[in-house]
Design a protein around this ligand. Structure first.
Ligand SMILES: C[S@@+](CC[C@H](N)C(=O)[O-])C[C@H]1O[C@@H](n2cnc3c(N)ncnc32)[C@H](O)[C@@H]1O
Length: 226
């Protein structure tokens, strides 16, 4: 499974940004995720690790960004020259323990099985210093169950893993984290709204998603290593 996922992202790398984020829906998600990282990454963090960085969309927030897709990393390196990049399986990080103030991962956990999520949480806990934070997202299982939303995916693993807020927090606790805060992302059915209405509704969407994370499309959580 892991190899299939990485091979997929190696093939997709040249068109990933254009196909996913160069439209008003993608720009909406991107803006919300950047706002969350700005708000939640500790202001005094000097070492920040990104997992599953892909082509580097959010890697400007990281000091080191990692991914298992070498084709994605090659593009990321040209995009963010101030960030260090390394090929790494997020389940087995070739990085020292207690070396980072923050770790973040977007659009990674939703594609992998729960055992791999637990392994990644364990690695994040290992490489973080005490007091460091992990910020990550996952598909909201509550919303998926409620809406009966059918995934439109060409591969069975794509976006297949969804958790409730309780399950997401439990995964963090199992790795020794304290859940600090959680919000939602995409409360409104943004993909059904006219393009022109999307950005103006971002603040409202942020407010609704913050109030009812589980009813949003995605959960974004911040965990602290004690
Ligand atoms: C949907 S992309 C997200 C990229 C980037 N985080 C973003 O939000 O634009 C998922 C990325 O996770 C990477 N990935 C999947 N499983 C991984 C693993 N076990 N270790 C490291 N990277 C992995 C893929 O190669 C791919 O680049």
């Amino acid at each position: 499974m892991q190899q299939e996922i990485i091979a997929y992202y190696d093939r997709l790398a040249p068109t990933y940004d254009a196909s996913r984020f160069e439209n008003s829906y993608g720009r909406f998600i991107d803006a919300r995720e950047r706002a969350l990282l700005r708000a939640w990454l500790p202001a005094n963090a000097t070492s920040i690790l990104e997992l599953g960085c892909g082509t580097g969309r959010l890697s400007g927030f990281a000091t080191i960004a990692t991914d298992a897709s070498t084709a994605s990393l090659a593009l990321a390196r040209t995009r963010e020259t101030a960030t260090r990049f390394a090929a790494a399986d997020a389940e087995h990080l070739p990085l020292p323990s207690a070396a980072f103030d923050a770790v973040f991962a977007f659009h990674l956990l939703m594609h992998i099985e729960t055992t791999a999520i637990h392994n990644i949480f364990g690695e994040a806990a290992r490489v973080l210093r005490p007091g460091g934070v992990l910020i990550a997202d996952i598909v909201s299982r509550t919303r998926r169950n409620l809406t009966g939303e059918r995934r439109v995916a060409t591969h069975a693993w794509h976006g297949a893993t969804a958790l409730t807020p309780q399950e997401f927090e439990a995964a963090g606790r199992a790795a020794g984290f304290n859940p600090l805060k959680m919000t939602g992302l995409l409360f409104l059915p943004v993909h059904r709204l006219p393009e022109r209405a999307r950005q103006p509704l971002a603040r409202l969407d942020g407010w609704l998603a913050g109030r009812w994370p589980s009813l949003s499309s995605y959960l974004v959580a911040c965990f602290e290593k004690p």
